[in-house]
Design a protein around this ligand. Structure first.
Ligand code: PRP
Length: 213
């Protein structure tokens, strides 16, 4: 069997992915949440896992530095990477939404100022609605923008809704559902076909059984 390298987004995604992989029989015995280690081997010594920033997973896979990636659909939509998306892993579920003050009305008559960690998703969405907008890219704490007057609305992920609630904001429009996906490098899928398809099939089994649902 070929060795397979998997890039996984650090943090919550890695914790849930490692549980899913373990259910599929791929165990990373030396992984722990608090470790600062970035490269791990599974117990069979055939799968190597690297932990990267979520926004970098798709580029590692597109360039072939990893054969497989585990990453949120939000990142895939934003990065538009040239990879195969092969499986919905059914965790990390949330929604991509336009959010703002409760009484804010989206208008077609003037330029909308939008703050987001996802400038491409935001621009594509408002373009598709025929709403003229300027997008300001932020790196976090996006909810501040409409509160302090930096932007009219934000485009961001909403999971529990707690962050919005505690900052007196609301979902104004839903853009799409988000969850974690398995992606594959286009060349690896041909050159390491057997190993990668076996791995996909094992993950498909445990995902469909809803082990992590
Ligand atoms: C994300 C997102 C929202 C929040 C939504 O931020 O950008 O702010 O989580 O989750 P909730 O609906 O469960 O409250 P993250 O925690 O990644 O922090 P950041 O603002 O530093 O990006």
């Amino acid at each position: 069997m070929d060795n397979v390298k998997i890039a996984i987004a650090k943090g919550r995604t890695a914790d849930e992915a490692i549980e899913l992989f373990a259910n599929a029989g791929i165990k990373f015995a030396d992984y722990s949440k608090n470790s600062r280690k970035l490269i791990f081997k599974d117990t069979s010594n055939q799968v190597e896992m690297i932990l990267v920033k979520s926004g970098d997973v798709a580029i590692y896979v597109e360039k072939g530095a990893a054969d497989i990636g585990v990453v949120g659909k939000d990142i895939l939509l934003e990065e538009d990477a040239d990879v195969f998306e092969v499986l919905n892993l059914e965790f990390g579920k949330c929604r991509m939404c336009v959010c703002g003050r409760k009484d804010f009305e989206l208008s077609y008559n003037r330029k909308l100022i939008v703050a987001s960690k996802y400038p491409s998703i935001a621009k594509n969405y408002f373009d598709s609605k025929g709403i003229h907008c300027e997008v300001i890219k932020l790196n976090g704490s996006v909810e501040l923008a409409p509160i302090i007057g930096l932007a009219d609305v934000i485009v961001d992920i909403v999971e529990s809704g707690k962050t919005l609630k505690e900052n007196h904001l609301e979902v104004l429009q839903e853009i799409c559902d988000i969850s974690t996906r398995l992606i594959v490098n286009k060349v690896s899928l041909k050159t390491k076909s057997k190993s990668i398809k076996t791995l996909i099939s094992k993950l498909e089994d445990v995902t469909q059984k809803g082990v992590t649902a």
